[in-house]
Design a protein around this ligand. Structure first.
Ligand SMILES: Nc1ncnc2c1ncn2[C@@H]1O[C@H](COP(=O)(O)OP(=O)(O)OP(=O)(O)O)[C@@H](O)[C@H]1O
Ligand SMILES: [Mg+2]
Length: 272
């Protein structure tokens, strides 16, 4: 395997839910150290795609190559073992355990004393403290239960844990939806730091400014297909909106952007 190969390559990934064709043949790739923003209207297929990559859903058709090998993850645990993980704001942390316990969950350092495994709390705390310091993350106390931390702090713990345990591709589905301005700014900076370590990042966002702030490349999904794949420094927000809406922004096509504030068509939509 060489670095010239993309970290992740998708080839004709499709997924049906009964009669609904949520994905209709997605071809895309992510490089090591690259941040890719996945954009698209509601229902375009972004979450479905991310779930397939992370082993949460099986594709109906298509191939996935990860780290040089064909992969078909049956469960999120399999994807995680290969180095792919979805970072949620709090869903995968145990709120009634402290930061250190969450960081190590299932990987605790123990020492056998008279044959009995004893947790090495000091050693574990030092590892977490160092990982947090390297990432520039400040948590008031590593012995605080996670339930007392903010959404942004929880996200930071998850990302740091992922990096520390050798993750290779991290997926974030609207990670900043519930965060304030400052926490979002820190979250975006953390994504760049994670990528700088050679990790691939896919981030779903509806906010154009965030996509342009953090991403090297923007991939637009529209009605289950790739409608655009562009370097973010070679495009404009206007061009990306065109891709999202299929250029029907000023028309009245069936997939026109519901966020355009055209009072006439809003009335029309309301009547439907
Ligand atoms: N489990 C499911 N069962 C049936 N249909 C589903 C299921 N999951 C997704 N879909 C359908 O697949 C399509 C794509 O949904 P998906 O959640 O991937 O969209 P999305 O791009 O993430 O949208 P949003 O921006 O609103 O989160 C939608 O039409 C949705 O209704
Ligand atoms: Mg979604």
């Amino acid at each position: 395997m060489t670095d010239a190969q993309p970290l992740l390559k998708l080839d004709g990934i499709a997924r049906n839910f009964g009669a609904i064709e949520a994905l209709r043949g997605i071809d895309m790739h992510v490089d090591r150290g690259e941040v890719l923003a996945l954009l698209g209207d509601n229902g375009a297929g972004k979450s479905t795609l991310v779930k397939i990559i992370a082993g949460g859903l099986r594709p109906s058709a298509g191939r996935m190559l990860f780290d040089g090998a064909p992969r078909d993850f049956a469960t999120p645990a399999e994807a995680k073992a290969a180095g792919i993980e979805t970072v949620y704001q709090d869903l995968s942390l145990c709120t009634n355990a402290d930061v250190v316990a969450n960081f190590f969950m299932g990987r605790e350092i123990t020492r056998r004393v008279l044959g009995i495994p004893i947790l090495q709390e000091r050693a574990m705390e030092a590892v977490v403290a160092q990982a947090m310091a390297e990432a520039g993350t400040t948590i008031p106390s590593l012995r605080t239960n996670v339930e007392n931390l903010s959404g942004g702090q929880r996200q930071a713990i998850e990302l740091n844990r992922f990096v520390h345990w050798g993750g290779k591709l991290v997926l974030l589905d609207e990670p900043f939806a519930a965060l304030g301005v400052e926490q979002t700014r820190r979250g975006l900076a953390m994504i760049r730091q994670v990528a700088a370590r050679g990790i691939g990042v896919i981030v779903i966002t509806h906010i154009m400014a965030q996509a342009f702030a953090v991403a090297d490349r923007i991939v637009v999904i529209r009605q289950g297909r790739v409608a655009g794949d562009v370097k973010s420094n070679q495009t404009t927000p206007e061009a990306v909106i065109e891709m999202i809406t299929g250029g029907t922004l000023s028309g009245a096509g069936p997939d026109r952007d519901r966020d355009t504030h055209d009072p006439a068509s809003e009335t029309e939509e309301a009547r439907q």
